[in-house]
Write a new protein. Structure first.
Length: 168
């Protein structure tokens, strides 16, 4: 590939320099984003690149703003492919006798069912609703003497901080 000849006019040189800077900026932005997606924290990326965390946050924000969302159908296919890979991995672990792989296996199957539109047994798998707690009686009004309230608490036989404070 032959080298492009250097532009001769000042305007052409500035345009060429701007293009080069944009390309470098895009590469840096995508590199930071790839590192973040790989699991590195912003602080780790900043220390490795010798930049401030604020700069890395700004550049990653720019990368996110420039990314286009996939069509919903493409995203669903991608998620199903990822889940299928995770299902294979969990299945292999189960075949090797790893009992800890049962919960991840069931989670992946549940997610695959959601992506395929199968909601059989979702009511059975859902966590039960927490029981409703009856509201307590209104708190008693404070009296002018804290000793009266403490003696009432001790007299009722409740174990509380006030009883422990009286005995010590």
């Amino acid at each position: 590939m032959p080298k492009e000849p250097k532009p001769t006019s000042e305007r052409a040189r500035k345009r060429d320099l701007g293009k080069t800077l944009r390309d470098l900026s895009t590469k840096r932005r995508e590199g930071y984003f790839d590192l973040l997606v790989s699991g590195y924290s912003i602080e780790q990326i900043a220390s490795a690149m010798k930049k401030s965390p604020a700069t890395v946050r700004r550049v990653i924000g720019q990368a996110l703003a420039k990314r286009q969302l996939d069509a919903p159908e493409d995203y669903a296919r991608l998620q199903v492919a990822r889940l299928t890979k995770a299902l294979r991995c969990a299945d292999e672990s189960l075949e090797e006798g790893d009992v800890k792989a049962i919960a991840p296996f069931l989670k992946v199957v549940r997610e695959l069912n959601l992506h395929h539109g199968v909601n059989v047994g979702s009511a059975r798998l859902a966590a039960p609703a927490p029981p409703e707690i009856a509201p307590r009686a209104l708190p008693l009004a404070l009296t002018h003497s804290p000793g009266v309230a403490v003696t009432e608490t001790v007299a009722e036989g409740e174990k509380s901080c006030t009883k422990a404070q009286l005995s010590s």
